[in-house]
Write a protein that binds this ligand. Structure first.
Ligand SMILES: Nc1ncnc2c1ncn2[C@@H]1O[C@H](COP(=O)(O)OP(=O)(O)OP(=O)(O)O)[C@@H](O)[C@H]1O
Ligand SMILES: [Zn+2]
Length: 727
């Protein structure tokens, strides 16, 4: 009767927590992490709040319950994080345990940091002196303790020099406490002088941080207006108030420049959180975020699930970036979920962008988000104008992609000592390889996709599943030798053209798939910023907030890529991408210019880009969305039914569609074969649900799922609420 029980949510594909007995003498509260018996080995789970008003439904038979094995010695997950897990599971229809998993996954080894060995001067100088020894002793002459490896590094000697002096008694070792995951940022380290509009925006944000209430701010500033500088002031305020700040970045692996700027402003680096950080280090950051020691985290979308002890501010930089949407596993949009977390934590959130998403722009126009505008570039530089190059009239000769006018502009730019950037959102050498004797196209064996040639790696690659194969010597269909030819350009092929047209120029390809990983990319971006490259050829990677002071010219090689493929966000994406790429030019002393090569200069997107009339673009696009009742004026969810056999997927998709509850205003489109009809060997059929804006779509989907035909065999149904991709 009096046995105490708790609900424990496990990081598995389950929606409901399990009940366990609480052993004598153990006190547990929601958020505590516990080890519970499950199967042979047991598992770590999280004590979950009981719904108000007692248990839901089934009474549990206490006699059959197992007991919690241990309470783990971690700081409990904070209440707002528990609520976020519930909220997200409810909204996305993902099992609650899988959402919890995102908050626990990184906690594998949240052990404390290692103790370090320090050294200090303790005895007389050694009999045998060397230059290295002298440098080291000179450094340590102040009598302070330094970490062994730091001392060696600072003195520019090898660690064995330190060991030698310890052996001879000139130095002694001391045990130092573990290094913190991040040193405390100093809000007064280097305060900038802000321009008037910057100061106003910063003031509004700092005020909101102080007020400790929820509110969404759109920091809407043209490229190069100094949005980072402004939101740093809000971060400074949070630090001054002793609270924590989270800065989400779309591609943290590329943002060495961001870390450097943070260091310039606050004296130390923020805690960096993304998949490239070692598990051990992440464990420490996690602990110190939970204890409140770490004040600022800069991270990828997964940082949203960190157990902040006192979250006072969230920043989402480049809020329009599609990288914020996670498509695998739990499908969620990190920007939207960041807004939810801010609300649950009663903290302000700043969405920063020069090209806000339509959703955010509509919210700002309706007054739900506060707009803070920075209408001009910092320091008086001008946002470059864009001129169209009509490929129908003045296109390049066959087999080339740079139009004569763009070529002439690049020549002028290089002669004047400036840098040029050519943007083409296509990785690899050529998007298609075909046999010129039989017409056979090289396709992925397990996806409905062409194989993309990567000449650096001498391979054909599927960009959907990662399949790779060497380029064959003979056509696999007709056997003709040396008959395979590349069709169309990718960035690698464009670089070839650059090298042929401008043999003296130093050129570089920037693309996310080149060997060498993050380190190489950081080094290359740095080289561009330093002016060590003349012509950069890049994919969308170059559109992301980089500051290249010497960049004078931007050429968009094919602005039509991505337009008109039945994707409701195509116009928005193209506008954002081209505008952002162009925004990389003219940030330093030289004025910037931009050219867009297009077959449709009369398209509203191209016109808005050329006239620089951003509002005109938003007006047209918002009107079009409203007319079609597309988001944010209507709601959407996609259901992808997949199976290893086509007819199985199709059959289930049809039965699923037939079982949809009939509700006025809700429309089910499809099923139809997905554009990417086969992915990793699985056949895919799509359903699209559209509903009015105020409709509770998640609830509808849940009711539907409860009555839908059972999923059998290897059928899978993936639900994506607010889908971003339509493939
Ligand atoms: N108040 C300031 N004092 C000194 N330098 C500033 C100030 N504001 C901005 N800058 C400088 O101006 C440049 C552009 O600023 P920043 O990168 O923050 O712009 P942004 O609005 O984020 O641009 P984008 O949207 O293109 O990423 C940077 O080199 C930044 O250091
Ligand atoms: Zn594939």
């Amino acid at each position: 009767m009096s046995a105490r029980t708790v609900d424990v949510l496990l990081p598995l594909g389950l929606d409901t927590p399990y009940s366990y007995l609480v052993p004598e003498g153990m006190t547990l509260s929601p958020g505590d992490l516990v080890h519970v018996p499950l199967g042979a080995r047991g598992m770590i789970g999280c004590v979950w709040p009981r719904p108000a008003g007692g248990g839901s439904g089934k009474p549990v038979d206490v006699a059959k319950l197992k007991a919690v094995k241990a309470k783990l010695d971690y700081v409990p997950l904070p209440p707002d994080l528990l609520k976020l897990v519930d909220w997200m599971a409810d909204y996305t229809l993902a099992p609650r345990g899988m959402v919890l998993r995102m908050a626990l996954r990184h906690g594998e080894s949240p052990g404390a940091g290692r103790e370090r060995v320090g050294v200090r001067v303790s005895g007389p100088a050694p009999a045998r002196m060397t230059a290295a020894r002298a440098r080291l002793l000179d450094l340590l002459a102040d009598g302070f303790v330094r970490g062994k490896s730091e001392a060696a590094r600072e003195a520019g000697v090898s660690p064995s020099v330190v060991d030698g002096l310890v052996d001879e008694g000139a130095l002694e070792t001391v045990v130092l406490p573990p290094e913190p995951a991040a040193y405390p940022p100093d809000p007064t380290f280097a305060t900038p002088t802000l321009s008037e509009p910057q100061a106003q925006a910063a003031h509004a944000l700092s005020g909101a941080v102080d007020a400790r209430g929820f509110g969404v701010f759109l920091l809407d500033g043209v490229t190069g207006s100094g949005k980072t500088e402004v939101y740093f002031e809000a971060v400074a305020q949070a630090i001054r108030d002793g609270r924590q700040a989270l800065i989400l970045l779309p591609e943290i692996a590329l943002t060495q420049a961001f870390l450097d700027r943070f260091t310039t402003r606050f004296g130390v680096k923020p805690a960096e959180w993304h998949s490239g950080v070692s598990t051990r280090r992440r464990g420490r950051i996690l602990n110190e975020v939970a204890s409140g020691q770490v004040k600022v985290v800069a991270g990828a979308r997964s940082a949203l699930f960190l157990p902040f002890r006192d979250l006072g501010l969230i920043i989402v930089d480049e809020e329009h970036d599609p990288a914020y949407k996670q498509e695998d596993g739990v499908a969620y949009h990190a920007r939207d979920m960041a807004v939810v977390r801010a609300r649950l934590a009663s903290a302000p959130i700043v969405l920063a962008s020069a090209t806000p998403s339509i959703e955010t722009e509509v919210n700002a126009r309706r007054g739900r988000y506060h707009r803070l505008a920075l209408p001009v570039r910092f320091g008086g530089a001008k946002v470059p104008g864009l001129l169209p190059i009509d490929l129908r009239k003045e296109g390049p000769p066959k087999g080339r992609w740079i139009a004569p006018r763009l070529e002439a502009e690049i020549t002028d730019t290089l002669e004047a000592g400036g840098q040029a950037l050519l943007f083409l959102n296509r990785r690899g050498y050529a998007p298609l390889t075909l046999c010129h004797s039989c017409g056979h196209r090289m396709r992925c064996p397990s996806c409905t996709a062409w194989l993309v040639e990567h000449r650096f790696r001498r391979r054909l690659t599927c960009h959907h599943c990662g399949y790779q194969a060497p380029v064959p010597e003979a056509c696999p269909a007709c056997g003709a030798k040396d008959s395979l030819i590349p069709v169309g350009p990718g960035v690698e092929r464009l670089q070839e053209e650059v090298q042929a047209l401008f043999p003296a120029a130093r050129s570089l390809v920037l693309s996310s798939d080149l060997a060498g990983g993050v380190e190489r990319m950081r080094a290359e971006l740095d080289a561009v910023a330093k002016g060590e490259v003349d012509v950069v050829v890049g994919t969308q990677l170059v559109a992301k907030g980089h500051n290249f002071p010497g960049l004078a010219l931007v050429g968009v090689v094919d602005a039509d890529v991505g337009l008109g493929q039945g994707d409701p966000r195509a116009a928005e994406r193209t506008f954002q991408l081209v505008h952002q790429v162009a925004g990389r030019a003219g940030r330093g002393k030289t004025e910037g210019r931009g050219f867009i090569q297009t077959h449709m200069p009369e398209h509203p997107v191209m016109r808005a880009l050329v006239t620089g009339d951003r509002d005109a673009f938003y007006d047209t696009e918002i009107a079009a969305r409203e007319e079609a009742q597309l988001p944010p004026f209507g709601r959407m969810a996609s259901l992808i039914v997949s199976a290893s056999e086509g007819h199985v997927a199709e059959g289930h998709a049809r039965r699923l569609a037939a079982s949809a509850p009939l509700v006025a205003g809700v429309r089910i489109l499809g099923p139809a074969e997905a554009p990417l009809a086969i992915l990793r060997g699985r056949h895919r059929w799509r359903l699209l649900v559209r509903a009015p804006r105020a409709f509770d779509l998640s609830r509808y989907l849940r009711d539907w799922r409860a009555t839908a035909p059972k999923v059998t065999g290897n059928i899978r149904v993936a639900i994506d609420v607010d889908p971003q991709s339509f493939f």
